[in-house]
Design a protein around this ligand. Structure first.
Ligand code: FAD
Length: 317
């Protein structure tokens, strides 16, 4: 059997969206390969996490109790132990900050070929993966040789798994080798403006260079307040120091998947679109009818934001 072992992710007591997306990715691959989908949840409140992860398409959830938060060495050891026990054909890990921290070490230790940031795959004796290059301008196909594979999957490329499954949930028998744990998490410090995580936001108002100057930010903040949205931006706004880095959407910022993404004065450069194309509904306000953002927008207003935004505020207030 060609089983899939997918590693889930959590932070500060909450399962991350990546955990539910990797279920959909893992199920697709398991169906292609004719195998089972096994999930692992490592550290944290594993029992309650396992219940939440028991979605349609999951065959088994393995819980690994050890500490509260992500720890590189614990994850590497736990994935190695799970791999040795389950002998999966594929080890899937999220292409997140944590995933990219431990996936190379896992692949190295298990002597597996590793493909990162995968947005699609097919398996038919050979593993064929799709990745993007040059700021999403080019898609490349990577064929991987071997019997077993390690892959990191890009968030938001697969939908979050839904429904209630009938997975077998069991505690995995694992003892960490403390002599091989070289790092500990001693605490968290939020950067930028507090604890905003735009990747989790459901309604995003995002601004670009069209707002012209920092003095125009209060206008947008009024819209954010009237709509209850989360404020984000394109890169120039962050480069100018008008908003902190954790508000940047795009290739070198955050990937977001809100229900609604309202892009105001944003042209829609590929590097920006790479971070927000997974939004359910995209609305754009731009003076230029040929702005590329309109190519992907569901709704568009060709107009001056300094006229459109006050109108929107009035409508929402
Ligand atoms: P512009 O492209 O200047 O667009 C401004 C838009 O506002 C225009 O379309 C204009 O018509 C419109 N406008 C002007 N006035 C008004 C008005 N009054 N009312 C309405 N509309 C108006 N960018 C990101 O966003 N995120 C990234 O993560 C990112 N990573 C990058 C990584 C690399 C390696 C590189 C090379 C670039 C990256 N960029 C990124 C930059 C990217 O290429 C673009 O330069 C950037 O996204 C443009 O931002 P913008 O749309 O705000 O500005």
């Amino acid at each position: 059997m060609s089983d899939v072992l997918a590693i889930t992710e959590h932070r500060r007591g909450e399962l991350r969206d990546e955990s539910f997306e990797i279920i959909s990715a893992g199920r697709e691959l398991a169906d292609d390969a004719g195998g089972e989908l096994h999930l692992a949840v490592i550290s944290g409140n594993v029992d309650s996490f396992a219940d939440s992860l028991n979605r349609e398409g999951v065959d088994a959830v393995h819980t690994v109790e050890n500490g509260e938060e992500f720890n590189h060495d614990v994850y590497v050891q736990a994935v190695e132990a799970l791999y040795n026990d389950l002998a999966p054909t594929f080890v899937l890990m999220p292409n997140s900050v944590n995933g990219l921290d431990y996936a190379p070490a896992v692949a190295n230790r298990l002597d597996l070929p590793l493909v990162t940031d995968v947005i699609g795959f097919e398996y038919d004796e050979t593993l064929t993966t799709t990745r993007e290059m040059y700021g999403s301008k080019v898609e490349m196909t990577v064929e991987v040789e071997g019997d077993q594979f390690a892959v990191t999957t890009r968030g938001a490329e697969w939908p979050e798994a839904e429904g209630v499954g009938d997975a077998e949930i069991s505690a995995f028998d694992f003892e960490v080798d403390e002599s091989d744990v070289r790092s500990t998490v001693t605490g968290f410090e939020e950067v930028g403006s507090g604890d905003v995580d735009i990747s989790e936001a459901e309604f995003i108002v995002s601004i670009g260079r069209g707002i012209e100057e920092e003095e125009n930010l209060p206008l947008i903040e009024d819209l954010v307040e009237a709509t209850g949205a989360t404020l984000a931006s394109s890169r120039p706004i962050v480069d100018n120091g008008w908003l902190p880095k954790n508000r940047q959407v795009g290739q070198s910022g955050a990937q977001v998947t809100p229900q609604v993404y309202l892009a105001i004065g944003i042209s829609g450069a590929v590097q920006h679109v790479a971070g927000m194309k997974g939004a359910e509904t995209i609305i754009a306000v731009n003076t230029d009818p040929n702005a590329p953002i309109f190519d992907i927008a569901d709704y568009g207003v060709v107009g001056d934001l300094f006229e459109v935004v006050p109108e929107l505020i009035e409508q929402f207030s």
